[in-house]
Design a protein around this ligand. Structure first.
Ligand SMILES: Cc1cc2nc3c(=O)[nH]c(=O)nc-3n(C[C@H](O)[C@H](O)[C@H](O)COP(=O)(O)OP(=O)(O)OC[C@H]3O[C@@H](n4cnc5c(N)ncnc54)[C@H](O)[C@@H]3O)c2cc1C
Length: 365
């Protein structure tokens, strides 16, 4: 099958989905490819900060996401030995310290809004396999949807395909990873009755344990462990490990005992961030985690992907208007966004190094 669009976006995560909507709104024809068949992936970051909230409000999308379901966090708390030692409340004039938005709800809203435009097309279960080059400029891509081969001709290809970006690899854009020294164990449990919408942090064996309250009556447990240590941990008895969660948060005793029984109830997530020396080449641009993978610290990544989409929609519109899809023109996106991204990546590393300071408990490692 052969298809034609002004822009072909690879990846319908938060960044790609918002970009698809913004381009559709501007009358630009776009095809969005997503390798998953559905948008219901479990275990991904789902907390928005003020930046993400403002982008959604700017395009009148926030109310729809709110209707679909979200939860405003009332406090960030720091706990030590079963006691709350510090609380961060919303800044003056703010209603929350973060928002839990189930990604299903966010993506459903973005996709439904996009699909009202006839020049927008979303193709689920579709993976990019090759970029098409003409005289060194990317002019489209080849993809597979099940057994079917597709060729899409577009003026610009956008790689919004996350940390393991195929577009980045196919365009031969180099990247360097930043190690963070930790991996993350995630588990989801029902929240106890009357559990308030909070983010609670503790320090266990010198590492961060965080509880994120989720919309729909759940708590996401995020437990940092030393990078690469999970295979060895799994050889050890599970009971003393989970006892530490209960000691840190005694209120969770019943729900943890009812829902977490073994190492298999945790999902391991490898943590790293990355930087790319360039985000653009002639006819192709990468954005979001593909251009600058963010670590989970501080919950910045989705927000950055949304801000990227907002900025890139403008740059692509101008490039298409002026019939100039050269790297030099697309670079305006990178110039606008790279500085704040790199500042946040440095902040993530600092927050990780100084996490202990929140507890004022020296020498706990
Ligand atoms: C454990 C963890 C927790 C996090 N928590 C938070 C948080 O609370 N708040 C926050 O803001 N950020 C968080 N982050 C970061 C955040 O998840 C990412 O920064 C964000 O998802 C990036 O959005 P994106 O749209 O660029 O990419 P992604 O969300 O990764 O989306 C990329 C999409 O591209 C698709 N894709 C990939 N390859 C192909 C292909 N070849 N063809 C077609 N489609 C493809 C993928 O299926 C995916 O849907 C967390 C990260 C981790 C690892």
């Amino acid at each position: 099958m052969n298809l034609v669009a002004d822009v072909c976006i690879v990846g319908a995560g938060p960044g790609g989905a918002l970009l698809g909507y913004l381009l559709a709104k501007k009358g630009i024809s776009s095809i969005v490819l997503e390798r998953h068949r559905g948008i219901d992936k479990e275990f991904r970051g789902e907390h928005l900060n003020r930046d993400g909230e403002l982008v959604l409000k700017k395009y009148d999308l926030y109310d729809q996401v709110e209707q679909a379901g979200l939860l405003l966090m009332e406090r960030i708390e720091y706990w030590h030995q079963g006691a709350n030692i510090k609380t961060v409340t919303p800044a003056a004039g703010e209603q929350h310290v973060g928002i839990h938005v189930p990604q299903r709800n966010l993506l459903n809203v973005l996709i439904a809004a996009s699909e009202s435009y006839p020049h927008y097309k979303l193709m689920m279960g579709t993976k990019v396999t090759e970029l098409i080059f003409q005289n060194g400029t990317v002019t489209g891509l080849k993809a597979k949807q099940g057994d079917q081969d597709l060729t899409i001709h577009s003026k610009i290809v956008v790689g919004a395909d996350g940390r393991f970006s195929s577009v980045r690899r196919l365009a031969e854009m180099p990247f360097s990873t930043i190690p963070h020294g930790y991996d993350l164990l995630w588990a989801k449990i029902p929240s106890p009755k009357d559990w308030e919408p909070t983010i609670k942090n503790a320090l266990i064996d010198g590492q961060q344990l965080a509880l994120f309250t989720q919309a729909g009556g759940f708590i996401q447990i995020g437990w940092n462990i030393q990078e690469g240590s999970f295979p060895a941990l799994k050889q050890q008895s599970f009971t003393p490990f989970i006892e530490k969660v209960i000691q840190a948060f005694p209120e969770l005793t019943e729900t943890v005992q009812a829902h977490i029984h073994s190492w298999d109830d945790f999902i391991l997530l490898k943590v790293q961030s990355c930087q790319c020396p360039t985000w653009v080449k002639d006819g192709v641009v990468i954005m979001g985690d593909a251009a600058h993978t963010m670590s989970p610290t501080g919950a910045f990544g989705i927000n950055c992907a949304l801000l990227d989409a907002d900025c890139l929609a403008e740059v692509l519109t101008e490039a298409l208007d002026q019939r100039d899809v050269s790297a030099a023109r697309l670079k305006n996106f990178e110039l606008a966004r790279r500085g704040s991204i790199e500042t946040l990546q440095t902040l993530q590393l600092e927050k990780e190094t100084h996490y202990h300071d929140q507890f004022n408990v020296p020498n706990l490692t």
